[in-house]
Design a protein around this ligand. Structure first.
Ligand code: FE
Length: 202
């Protein structure tokens, strides 16, 4: 984890983060390791495992994509984050959505409307930002979209803290948690897209 388990309180509690990281995320990592053991993917990066298992091995793509998505989610947040975007991403948000307020409203709509388990994403495609949602383990990592930010919309991410109030969790993510520095670091790498964007630090 990039921060202590209680670092995101009160927006995400230590109790939720401990179970989410120590049980849910850990289970996806363990499953991925089991599935790649003694295969050509054993020494591959997590991103390579996700990409190469698509269409070939459903169990592996689910486990490895969930491992990657969670890693990306932890780093999309930071204690003291959220609020107005700054740096290069702020300019792109203005160009793509018209205003930061419009970005926030669209993010709330897309994340709030995602039916069932999944993820909402800020992605870059063809030079413009888009907000998308994916179901279950699906990830923009395997598309032509470049993921910049994600929020976990599985109930295990928020239910103990917010119960059915998913919109309150999304509002806390936007207002208090987004790590805009992380987003800007990804933007800076867009010209070298072939580098290992998501798994640095694994
Ligand atoms: Fe999760």
């Amino acid at each position: 984890m990039p921060y202590a388990l209680d670092a995101l309180e009160p927006h995400v509690s230590r109790r939720v983060l401990a179970a989410h990281h120590g049980r849910h995320h850990a289970a996806y990592v363990a499953k991925t390791r089991t599935l790649i053991r003694r295969t050509p993917l054993e020494s591959a990066s997590l991103e390579e495992i996700v990409r190469s298992s698509v269409g070939r091995d459903t169990a592996l793509v689910n486990a490895s994509a969930q491992a990657w998505n969670h890693e990306f989610y932890w780093r999309s947040m930071n204690p003291g984050g959220g609020g107005e975007a700054r740096g290069a991403i702020a300019q792109l948000i203005e160009e793509s959505f018209g205003s930061q307020r419009a970005f926030s409203q669209q993010f709330v709509t897309v994340a709030g409307d995602q039916f069932g388990s999944g993820w909402a994403w800020l992605v870059l495609q063809d030079g413009r930002l888009h907000i998308t949602a994916t179901s279950d383990a699906h990830t923009p990592l395997i598309t032509t979209q470049m993921p910049l930010l994600t929020i976990d919309l599985w109930e295990h991410a928020y239910y103990l803290d917010y119960q059915h109030r998913r919109l309150d969790y999304i509002a806390a993510f936007l207002g208090r948690l987004i790590d805009w520095d992380f987003v800007n670091q990804h933007l800076a790498r867009r010209s070298v897209r072939s580098t290992n964007v998501g798994s640095a630090g694994n």
